[in-house]
Write a protein that binds this ligand. Structure first.
Ligand SMILES: Nc1ncnc2c1ncn2[C@@H]1O[C@H](COP(=O)(O)OP(=O)(O)OP(=O)(O)O)[C@@H](O)[C@H]1O
Length: 231
């Protein structure tokens, strides 16, 4: 489980509190107005920002002081974090070994994973020669190989357009379900939350609220969420 224990996050004058638990295997959306602190909460899980008070725990262990690279998670940002000078296969191979010294079995795993995201024929190309959707699938393939129990998405597919964005989110959601990974995604689109997330955390007015079933929250939104959703 991912637990926020009396957590206070601060960036300049901005302050956000969080005190709740997400059970392992949950697929959760973070929803709320612009500037409310959704990315801030994700940064704290990822270890880019330490809480000024309280503790974040994964499976009961405190993450305090654990550097981002040592946390049991993968994070995807909007730019997909691909290396332009590496081929598609190498970008995916990084998910297994940062030094890219892959064994035969690992190389075969990369090939299999690329086939799974329908990019087998692009293995030796560079990201620049791929479309946005194909690059997103490269990033997802690397995510699959990293096989971390906690997946954090900060709107990585927002630039792709609605249909492709939904397709990519569904691919990640399927992957998370197959591996029992816990998924936490920032969402600006309630339909994405509905489709993917069984639980939704409302981030608003300085508080990351305890998660609620997505349908319940969206059907009976508190005033601040109703205003954000334009109801
Ligand atoms: N490095 C920083 N230094 C100071 N304040 C910051 C920093 N980064 C973000 N903030 C402030 O923290 C607050 C929360 O920002 P955050 O990006 O988490 O919001 P968000 O809910 O993800 O917004 P959006 O939906 O627009 O992406 C904002 O008021 C922002 O101005």
């Amino acid at each position: 489980m991912l637990r926020f224990e009396n957590v206070v996050l601060e960036q300049g004058d901005f302050r956000l509190t969080a005190d709740f638990t997400l059970e392992a295997g949950t697929q959760a959306a973070l929803i709320g107005p612009s500037g409310a602190g959704k990315s801030t909460l994700l940064s704290a899980i990822a270890g880019f920002l330490e809480p000024s008070k309280g503790v974040i725990r994964w499976q009961r262990e405190s993450l305090s002081g654990v550097p981002p690279g040592d946390r049991p998670m993968s994070i995807l940002f909007q730019d997909n974090n691909l290396f332009p000078h590496l081929t598609v296969a190498q970008n995916v191979g990084l998910g297994l070994r940062p030094d890219l010294r892959l064994s035969k079995a690992e190389t075969a795993q990369v090939t299999e994973t690329l086939a799974r995201v329908r990019l087998a024929e692009k293995a030796d190309e560079k990201p620049a020669s791929l479309s946005g959707g194909q690059n997103a699938r490269v990033a997802i393939a690397r995510l699959m190989l990293r096989a971390k129990p906690l997946l954090l998405l900060d709107e990585p597919f927002a630039a792709l357009g609605p249909a492709l964005k939904s397709e990519m989110l569904e691919l990640v959601s399927t992957l998370a379900a197959e591996t029992d990974a816990t998924l936490v995604m920032v969402s600006h689109d309630p339909d994405d939350a509905r489709r993917i997330a069984n639980e939704t955390v409302l981030v608003a007015e300085g508080v990351a609220h305890p998660p609620k079933p997505t349908e319940t929250l969206l059907a009976h939104p508190p005033a601040v969420l109703a205003a954000y959703l334009g109801h």
